[in-house]
Design a protein around this ligand. Structure first.
Ligand SMILES: [Zn+2]
Length: 410
C-alpha cells in the first residue's frame, strides 16, 4: 500500500495558502492574479509528481499519467470563496498530488494510473462548477460568451484572455480512460466532529429544490376594510408557511433541511392590506424518495389552499437538482480503507453541500470522502481541520485509491 508523506502534504497546503492569504484563510477568486499564479504553481507540483500537467482553455489544471492501464481521476478545486478558508477544495487537489507522489515512490505502484484535476471556478465567481461542467461536456462556447463575473460583471472571455488561457483547447472527459473519479473534501459541517468520527464516506450529494411561491390577494385600506371581507395575501402566506413547516417535519428524513429564505409583502406598508405576498422556499436531502415526498407535500398544500381560498397561490420552480448517489464500489473501498486505519471511527453520510463530484458523476462513477471541520465552520477564513485529521484522511484516501485501481487491474 502506498505511504503518503504527511509533512510534505502539510507543507504544500501551507504554500498554496500563500497565494491570496487573508488573515488565517485565503482570498483567491477564480482568475484573480493570485488564482492564476497558484494554477501555474500547482502544474509544477504535478510535474514533480510524475504527471503531465495541462492548464486548459477554461482554466482546469489536469495532470495526466503517461502510459497504459486503468486510471483513477482525483480532484477538487483551488479557487476560494471571498475571504474563504485555506482547505475548502484545495485539500482535495493536494491530496491528489500527494497520492500521485506516493504511488510513484513505491516500486509496487509506480506507473499506476492516478491523475489529478483542479476544476476551475467551483465557487461560482462566474458560474458554479464551470470547470467540471466543461470537462463533462455541459458548457458550450455560447455559455462561455454569455457568462460574466457575478461581482464586477467582467466577461468570462476577458478573464480567460487576461489569465492567458484563452484559445487553448478544453480537455473533455474520455470515459474509456478512467475507472472513475474520487474527491476528498473537508466536511464543512459539524456531524463528524459531534459524532467523534474522523472520516466520512459520502453516500450521496444532496439534491436542492428551490421555489418561488406567490399569493394573490386584494390590496385595500387597512382602516376601512372589515376583517371578514379581506383577502389578505400576507395572512395567506403565513398560514401556508407554518402548515408547510409542520407537514415537512412529518415526512422528513434525519438530515433533511428546509428554509424560507425570503418573504416579501406588497406593497409593504403599515396601512395597506397586502395585495400580494411571495416567499422563496428551498429544501435539500440526499434521498431521492425524501425529495419526492417534500415535492408532493408542497403541491398538495397548494391544491388545498387554492380550493379553500380566499387568496390563490401559484408555484414557480426555480431550481430542481436531484441528489447524486455515489458509486457503491467506491463507497465500499473508502469504508474498508477507513476501517483499516481508524476502526469504528468513520461513518457514512450524505454531503449537505454541492461539489464537483456531482457534475463529474454525469459521465464517470464518482465517490467522495470527508474529513472533519473544526466547529463545522467553512466559507470563512477561520475554517480549519486538525493536522492529524488532514494527514490521516490522505492516507485513507490513498489506500482507497489503491483498492479501486488494484480491483480494476484484476
Ligand atoms: Zn469546496
Amino acid at each position: 500500500m502506498p505511504r503518503i508523506d504527511g509533512s510534505r502534504l502539510i507543507a504544500d497546503l501551507k504554500r498554496m495558502a500563500d497565494f491570496g492569504r487573508y488573515k488565517t484563510g485565503v482570498h483567491r477568486p477564480t482568475f484573480s492574479p493570485q488564482d492564476v499564479e497558484s494554477r501555474h504553481w500547482l502544474a509544477g507540483r504535478m510535474l514533480e509528481a510524475g504527471l503531465e500537467p495541462t492548464i486548459d482553455g477554461i482554466g482546469n489544471v489536469i495532470g495526466r499519467r503517461p502510459g497504459d492501464g486503468p486510471r483513477l481521476l482525483l480532484g477538487s478545486h483551488t479557487d476560494t470563496q471571498p475571504q474563504g478558508g485555506w482547505l475548502d477544495g484545495v485539500m482535495g487537489v493536494l491530496y491528489g498530488v500527494e497520492v500521485a507522489r506516493a504511488f510513484q515512490e513505491d516500486p509496487a505502484t509506480a506507473g499506476v494510473g492516478v491523475e489529478v484535476a483542479s476544476w476551475a471556478d467551483e465557487e461560482s465567481h462566474y458560474m458554479s462548477f464551470l470547470g467540471s461542467k466543461s470537462f463533462v461536456g455541459e458548457l458550450s462556447e455560447a455559455d462561455i460568451d454569455a457568462t460574466r463575473n457575478r461581482d464586477d460583471g467582467t466577461p468570462l472571455r476577458d478573464a480567460l484572455e487576461r489569465a492567458g488561457f484563452a484559445g487553448r483547447p478544453r480537455i473533455a472527459v474520455d470515459e474509456q480512460r478512467y475507472v472513475g473519479y474520487l474527491e476528498a473534501h473537508i466536511e464543512q459541517g459539524g456531524y463528524l466532529e459531534s459524532e467523534r468520527r474522523r472520516i466520512g464516506v459520502v453516500t450521496s450529494i444532496v439534491g436542492i429544490h428551490g421555489y418561488r411561491i406567490r399569493f394573490s390577494g386584494v390590496q385595500n385600506h387597512a382602516g376601512t376594510t372589515p376583517m371578514p371581507i379581506r383577502r389578505d395575501a400576507g395572512v395567506a402566506l403565513v398560514r401556508f408557511c407554518t402548515t408547510l413547516y409542520e407537514r415537512f417535519a412529518a415526512v422528513s428524513g434525519p438530515r433533511s433541511v428546509w428554509t424560507v429564505g425570503r418573504i416579501t409583502l406588497e406593497p409593504g406598508a403599515p396601512a395597506i392590506i397586502p395585495g400580494a405576498a411571495e416567499m422563496l422556499l428551498q429544501f435539500r436531502d440526499g434521498e431521492p424518495a425524501t425529495m419526492t415526498r417534500f415535492e408532493e407535500t408542497l403541491y398538495r398544500l397548494v391544491e388545498e389552499t387554492n380550493a379553500a381560498g380566499p387568496c390563490p397561490v401559484a408555484v414557480e420552480v426555480l431550481s430542481r437538482t436531484p441528489p447524486t448517489i455515489m458509486d457503491a464500489r467506491f463507497q465500499a473501498a473508502l469504508a474498508a480503507s477507513a476501517e483499516t486505519h481508524v476502526p469504528g471511527l468513520w461513518m457514512s453520510m450524505p454531503s449537505a453541500a454541492g461539489h464537483d463530484a456531482q457534475i463529474v458523476a454525469h459521465r464517470l462513477p464518482a465517490g467522495m470522502m470527508f474529513v472533519p471541520s473544526i466547529g463545522g465552520v467553512s466559507h470563512h477564513y477561520s475554517e480549519d481541520t486538525d493536522e492529524a485529521d488532514i494527514i490521516l484522511g490522505c492516507q485513507v484516501f490513498a489506500d482507497a485509491c489503491w483498492r479501486i485501481l488494484a480491483a480494476a487491474r484484476g
